[in-house]
Design a protein around this ligand. Structure first.
Ligand SMILES: Cc1cc2nc3c(=O)[nH]c(=O)nc-3n(C[C@H](O)[C@H](O)[C@H](O)COP(=O)(O)O)c2cc1C
Length: 289
C-alpha cells in the first residue's frame, strides 16, 4: 500500500524518532509533536498510520489475508470468553450491490472486492444453552445486546489493524444500520443476530491517495483522575483549522468539524432512519429489557 506518508516514513536513513514525530504530527495535524522514540513499535506504526480507504483496485483479497485477519479478530478480548460475534464475508457483486442499496449506494462498497459484515451474535449462545437444556433468559437484556456489539467491534478493529499491516485498505460501513432488517434478510440472519457494521476490504488504488485524518488534540479526550469540561474554544478552533487544511489537500468541501458534528446530531432526521433502531431490534428478536 504505497502512500507518500508511508514512503517517507520508511526511508532507511530516517531515524525512528523522526518517523514517530512525523506520524504523531499527521495524527494531530501539528508539527513538532515530541515523543520518546522507543515508543515506535511496528504495531504502533500501523495504528498511527490508519486512514479509511474508499478507492480500491479490483484485485481479490487473498484468502490467506482474510483468514489471518479473522484469526486476529478472534484474538481480541471477548466478554467472559462468550465470543458473541460472527462475521460474513460477502464477495458476490450482486449481493454487495443489494446491501449497498441500504447503505445509500456508496462507491467503495461496489468497488471493494470484499465486504465483511460484523454481527453481534447471541443466537449461537441461545443454541448452546438449548443443547445444555438450560434457559437463556439473560439474552433478553440490553446488557447482552451491548456485550455482542462490543465483542463484534473489538474483533472488527483487530481485523482492520491486521489487514492494514498486510497492505490492504478498509473502510467501516455504519450505513448498514439505515435498514438492518433488510440486511438481515439478505444475509439469512437468524433471530438474535444484528449487523453492527460492514467493513470494505481491498488493495488501495494508489492513484487516489488518502492522507491520515487528524484527530482532536489529545488533551481533549484524555482526562486525568476526573472528567473536566472540554474541549476549550481554543482547542476547537485549532482543530477546525487543522481539518480545513486536511479537507483542502483531499479536495473535500470545506466545513468546520464542529459544524459537521453538530449537524450529525441535530435532529431525529439526521439519524437517517436509525431513530427506529429499537423497534427494528425487537423485530430481530432482541427484547432489550
Ligand atoms: C462504526 C463506523 C461506521 C462508519 N461508517 C462509514 C460509512 O458508512 N461510510 C464511510 O464512507 N465511512 C464510514 N466510516 C469511516 C469514518 O468516516 C472514518 O473512520 C472517520 O471519518 C475517520 O477517518 P479515518 O478512518 O480515515 O481516520 C465509519 C467509521 C466507523 C467507526
Amino acid at each position: 500500500m504505497p502512500t507518500s506518508t508511508a514512503d517517507r516514513l520508511r526511508q532507511p536513513h530516517d531515524p525512528v524518532a523522526d518517523r514517530l514525530e512525523a506520524l504523531l504530527g499527521e495524527r494531530y495535524g501539528e508539527d513538532g509533536v515530541q515523543h520518546d522514540e522507543t515508543g515506535l513499535t511496528p504495531t504502533i506504526e500501523t495504528l498511527l498510520s490508519h486512514r479509511s480507504v474508499r478507492t480500491y483496485l479490483p484485485t481479490p483479497v487473498p484468502v490467506e489475508a482474510l483468514e489471518l485477519a479473522i484469526a486476529a479478530a478472534q484474538s481480541a478480548s471477548t466478554s467472559s470468553n462468550l465470543q458473541a460475534w460472527s462475521v460474513i464475508a460477502v464477495e458476490d457483486p450482486a449481493r454487495k450491490s443489494r446491501i449497498n442499496a441500504v447503505a445509500g449506494n456508496q462507491r467503495q462498497i461496489d468497488q471493494a472486492p470484499l465486504l465483511l459484515i460484523w454481527l453481534a451474535d447471541l443466537s449461537r449462545l441461545r443454541r448452546i444453552a438449548g443443547r445444555q437444556g438450560s434457559t437463556a433468559d439473560g439474552l433478553d437484556y440490553l446488557e447482552s445486546f451491548l456485550l455482542g456489539v462490543i465483542d463484534a467491534a473489538l474483533a472488527a478493529q483487530n481485523a482492520l489493524v491486521a489487514l492494514e499491516s498486510l497492505g490492504l485498505g478498509t473502510c467501516y460501513i455504519g450505513a448498514l444500520r439505515n435498514d438492518p432488517a433488510t440486511v438481515a434478510r439478505e444475509l439469512g440472519l437468524p433471530d438474535l443476530v444484528f449487523p453492527v457494521f460492514g467493513l470494505t476490504v481491498g488493495f488501495p488504488d494508489p492513484s487516489d491517495k488518502t492522507d491520515i485524518k487528524p484527530r482532536l488534540p489529545q488533551r481533549t479526550v484524555l482526562h486525568r483522575e476526573q472528567y473536566r469540561d472540554n474541549p476549550t474554544g481554543e482547542d476547537l478552533d485549532r482543530y477546525n483549522q487543522t481539518l480545513r487544511a486536511f479537507q483542502k489537500i483531499q479536495r473535500m468541501a470545506p466545513v468546520d468539524w464542529s459544524e459537521q458534528a453538530a449537524r450529525r446530531i441535530a435532529t431525529r432526521e439526521s439519524l437517517k432512519n436509525r431513530d427506529k433502531l429499537l423497534e427494528v431490534l425487537r423485530g430481530l428478536g432482541f427484547e432489550l429489557k
